[in-house]
Design a protein around this ligand. Structure first.
Ligand code: UT7
Length: 325
């Protein structure tokens, strides 16, 4: 049986040049390299330059992804950009990327699901490609969280970084089995009862300001462990796949302890887990495509590999996706 599948053709990423180490942060707020490393696994993060906006990061990642896929920008008819830190309230940063790439057809929009943004964007693009007649999509996660941090709050400012990652996804006729290429299964969840556990305390309608990130870290941690495992369980079961069949586990990079704990729980060996949190910190919607890109470009992820993605973020939102690369 042949079906339409969303196949990932290539990926690209961009990290701002400026690196902020834990030691430098420890000179600004009361923290230490030792605390940050042992509680989170983070050693450093990249910070966007003053004149670099989210769409600039997204554009650089998109260009790299098009290059990697060998696809001309004019052949893209859909851009879904996951971000919680758009350049402006509107227009969407996705249309800035679209214009910079010289694309004047198709559709481009932003999607806001915080740290789960890339999984939500991939699932959205997958549905548009399979069911709405679009042919080729750029799915981007791009963030400048450094702009919404309270740099005096040691509980949050040490955790995040800036960056962008993108994938090119194409609608292709494939066999309908789990060994055939493409997005095999996605699972998206949200539960707004927990919106006050991780949020930004400003916005255009409520406060007419941008606001800064606020988080009850321990509570988010507790829910993340449960929700991520639940999403992974469901996505694997719905696809009829066992955790041991997964070649690469590419989780959202929030905290090394969560990644290690989740991999252990599912019996996924540590050499199959793609880790970037040490160098990138938590880049929200950008963390999964950044990690995907790293593992693809260093030769770990190869065509035909089974890749499991998961994320959890503000809202709460969470989800997982299973992809045959
Ligand atoms: O991407 C979206 C999803 N986000 C997450 O998944 C994040 C989930 N949460 C976490 O990763 C962890 O909860 C944190 C890394 C945020 C915090 O780790 P924790 O082990 O849960 O620490 P805690 O919040 O319970 O704080 C322990 C102590 C506190 O001191 P007391 O009250 O025990 O005296 C904090 O004040 O550590 C203190 N602390 C710090 N100390 C040094 C908090 N931040 C810092 C810091 N440096 N930067």
């Amino acid at each position: 049986m042949s079906v339409v599948r969303s196949v990932i053709l290539g990926c690209g990423s961009y990290l701002p040049e400026n690196v902020l180490t834990n030691e430098e942060l420890a000179r600004r707020v009361e923290t230490s390299d030792e605390w940050i490393r042992t509680r989170t696994g983070i050693h450093q993060r990249h910070i966007a330059a003053d004149d670099e906006n989210t769409s600039d990061l997204a554009l650089a990642a998109a260009r790299a992804a098009l290059d990697d896929a060998g696809v001309d920008a004019r052949d893209i008819d859909l851009i879904v950009l996951a971000t919680s830190t758009p350049d402006y309230t509107f227009p969407a940063s996705a249309v800035s990327v679209q214009a910079a790439l010289g694309i004047t057809h198709g559709a481009a929009f932003d999607l806001q699901a915080v740290c789960s943004g890339f999984v939500f964007a991939l699932a959205t693009a997958d549905n548009f490609l399979r069911c709405a007649g679009f042919k080729r999509a750029l799915v981007i996660g791009a963030e400048t969280f450094s702009r919404i941090l309270d740099w005096k709050d040691r509980a949050t400012c040490v955790l995040f970084g800036d960056g962008a990652g993108a994938v090119v996804v194409e609608a292709q006729r494939q066999g309908g089995g789990i060994s055939d290429r493409g997005v095999l299964q996605t699972l998206l969840r949200s539960d707004g009862r927990y919106q006050d556990k991780l949020y930004v305390d400003g916005g255009p309608s409520a406060t007419r300001t941008t606001g800064v990130l606020r988080m009850e870290g321990r509570e988010v941690f507790r829910h993340a462990v449960v929700n991520i495992a639940d999403a992974m369980d469901q996505v694997l079961a719905q696809a009829g796949v066992k955790a041991e069949q997964v070649d690469w586990f590419v989780p959202h990079q929030a905290n090394r302890r969560i990644l290690d704990g989740t991999a252990r729980k599912f019996g996924i060996s540590s050499d199959k887990v793609v880790i970037t949190v040490d160098r990138h910190a938590n880049t929200s919607a950008a963390s999964i495509p950044l990690a995907l890109c790293e593992a693809k470009s260093d030769g770990r992820i190869k065509q035909g590999d089974l890749v499991l993605l998961e994320a959890m973020g503000g809202g709460f939102t969470w989800g997982a996706a299973l992809v045959r690369w």
